[in-house]
Design a protein around this ligand. Structure first.
Ligand code: B12
Ligand code: SF4
Length: 517
């Protein structure tokens, strides 16, 4: 059977990396079937397009995975596939919580023939076999023989054949940057960010988050060896094709067990398996100097930190009191001293937020080393404790907000400001953080570092700007490049002035050096 795994786009932002679930399920598909992957972020497709594809390519089963944010599109695509008589199975965090919605048991129309609840590593092979036999069930739950929920072990972990998978659609380098990047060194034909997981689960249970409910509060890890081998495979691929590969460790808290993280990082270093990587780590775990030393030595370049708020009352409200705003600056300095920078994520519209929260937050951020701040709005995702609390209090203004996804729009009223005020705060935060002046300042603040770091932060800022300001088309990109021309020309002048080759390997250039070893 030919199986299509499809991940919809949200129509607003482009994901910068493919989704791991597709590669994982592809690797877990029983032999004898062919699996095709389409990520709507890289290959945009509409309902007509998917129906045609399924017919022309003789697809026998379509698997669709989606976050809440893309679920409306996912349902429309599923409907189009079912309309041509092909079965659809859906999985992922949204339908796990809203299986009745997907199956049309809540009074709405049916979108999926089957739903895979939770982690599907062990149920997927069964789903495929049932689909072949024509005996698909409505619901597949990860349970043992006694009906008890079973979380798949990550030992063993399937080998994802990164050396063979076609990744053309995920090259992130715009052509217009080629002349500048060529100056950085050979090996810049492609640049891809690949998702890798080293463990699953998070015990913290923050109120707005689905992770503890979905993956559980006990953490399961892959073996160090399996992670190291995956990195070596990716590194070899980048070398063979004269390109760059960076890794996003998608673990929700990569250092949740510090002892184990240190041992993994030591093994990565010992195997010379360093690639540049990003990981999510909560601020409280970054107090450990030795951990940060190892992060830097093992290739860590960007750490995503869910700071959420600079207000301890807000943090306590959402059960994230382990975040201590008083130590944010020290944590970021500790990282920056090792040339590791942070993606700092904030949520506005929390219950203790008042108008002016954006500028108050930005004032703090301006005292930190340059990084990539991102701002979102408090969103009640289905089945989270936050959703339940707001629903019980009658505060949800759009209880089924996912049925009509609007980016950066609240679905409940915060306590101390209006919805419009919250929207305005997010707009201010993005506009002031990603204005050409702010970008120039961030780039200039790294003047004492090698040029590669400055190029890196410029490109990253231009890309991150697109999370809020529509930047999907060529024209939008050209406009953004025009607005930032001073900073871009400054770097080009420095690059062609010879400064670049004198520079030590940097965020941007180091993998080239490593990969040529
Ligand atoms: C990496 C990641 C991202 C990446 C993008 C996704 C990518 N390209 O990988 C980035 C950083 C860009 C991102 C952004 C956002 N993310 Co995010 N992200 C994650 C993260 C950390 C890992 C995803 C992952 O690969 N997991 C590992 C795989 C193996 O698990 P999985 O995807 O769930 O797949 C398993 C099952 O669900 C199932 N399955 C999944 N799909 C399918 C399909 C079929 C057919 C079947 C049978 C089974 C199946 O089988 C898989 C194997 O067991 C998750 C948290 C988490 N731990 O999952 C959050 C998570 C998915 N993100 C979330 C959110 C909210 C967001 C944002 C909206 C945040 C924000 N406020 O801006 C944005 C939106 C992005 C967008 N473009 O629309 C939520 C989604 C909750 C929800 N109900 O939708 C999660 C769960 C985290 C959370 N805090 O709750 N994210
Ligand atoms: S927000 Fe992060 S730390 Fe909190 S429960 Fe979710 S994954 Fe864990």
């Amino acid at each position: 059977m030919r199986i299509l795994l499809y991940n919809p786009d949200n129509g607003v932002t482009r994901n910068f990396m493919p989704h791991l679930w597709m590669f994982l399920l592809q690797s877990l598909t029983p032999e004898g079937h062919e699996v095709v992957l389409i990520d709507g972020n890289a290959q945009p497709m509409d309902e007509e397009g998917i129906a045609r594809y399924v017919r022309e390519q003789n697809i026998g089963l379509v698997g669709i995975g989606a976050m809440t944010r893309m679920i409306a599109k996912a349902y429309r695509m599923a409907d189009a596939v079912r309309a041509v008589g092909v079965k659809v199975v859906m999985g992922g965090p949204h339908v796990t919580e809203m299986a009745d919605e997907a199956l049309g048991r809540d009074g709405g129309s049916r979108h999926a023939d089957a739903v895979a609840l939770g982690e599907a590593d062990e149920t997927w092979p069964r789903i495929v076999e049932d689909a072949v036999r024509g005996t698909l069930k409505d619901v597949y739950a990860p349970v043992d023989d006694f009906g008890q929920e079973r979380k798949p072990s990550l030992q063993p972990y399937p080998e994802i054949p990164w050396d063979k998978i076609k990744l053309d659609q995920f090259n992130l380098l715009p052509r217009m940057l080629h002349p500048l990047l060529k100056r950085v060194g050979a090996g810049w034909g492609t640049f891809r960010i690949i998702p890798v997981e080293s463990g699953r689960g998070c015990p913290y249970g923050c109120e707005f988050c689905t992770v503890t409910g979905f993956f559980g509060d006990s953490i399961r890890f892959r073996t160090n060896e399996s992670v190291v081998n995956e990195l070596l495979l990716l590194k070899a691929r980048a070398r063979d094709e004269g390109g760059q590969i960076a890794v996003f460790f998608i673990d929700d808290n990569f250092a949740i067990n510090v002892k184990r993280t240190k041992s993994l990082l030591r093994d990565i270093i010992a195997a010379n398996a360093q690639v540049h990587w990003v990981a999510q780590i909560s601020a409280n775990l970054l107090r450990d100097e030795e951990l940060v030393d190892l992060i830097a030595a093992a290739g860590g370049k960007w750490i995503f930190i869910g700071m959420e708020s600079i207000d301890p009352a807000n943090l306590a409200d959402v059960k994230k009191g382990f975040n201590k705003p008083g130590e944010y600056a020290a944590v970021l300095d500790r990282l920056a001293r090792r040339n590791v920078f942070a993606i700092t994520s904030f949520i506005f519209g929390m219950d203790n937020d008042t108008p002016g929260v954006a500028e108050r937050t930005l004032k703090e951020i301006r005292t930190w080393p340059p990084g990539l701040p991102i701002f979102g709005l408090m969103t009640p995702l289905p089945a989270t404790p936050l959703y339940k609390r707001l629903e019980a209090a009658g505060r949800l203004t759009r209880p089924k907000h996912w049925q009509e996804f609007i980016p950066f729009a609240m679905a409940h009223t915060p306590l101390k400001m209006s919805i419009d005020e919250a929207h305005n705060e997010v707009r201010i935060a993005w506009a002031r953080s990603y204005s050409p002046e702010a970008i120039e300042k961030a780039v200039d603040s790294l003047n004492h570092k090698p040029l590669g770091y400055r190029i890196n932060i410029l490109i990253a800022r231009l890309c991150f700007r697109g999370i809020y300001f529509p930047q999907m088309g060529r024209f939008a990109w050209l406009k953004s490049i025009f607005e930032n021309r001073h900073t871009i020309f400054k770097l080009i002048r420095q690059g062609f002035g010879g400064g670049l080759h004198a520079a030590a390997p940097s965020v941007a250039s180091q993998p080239v050096a490593e990969q040529q070893n």
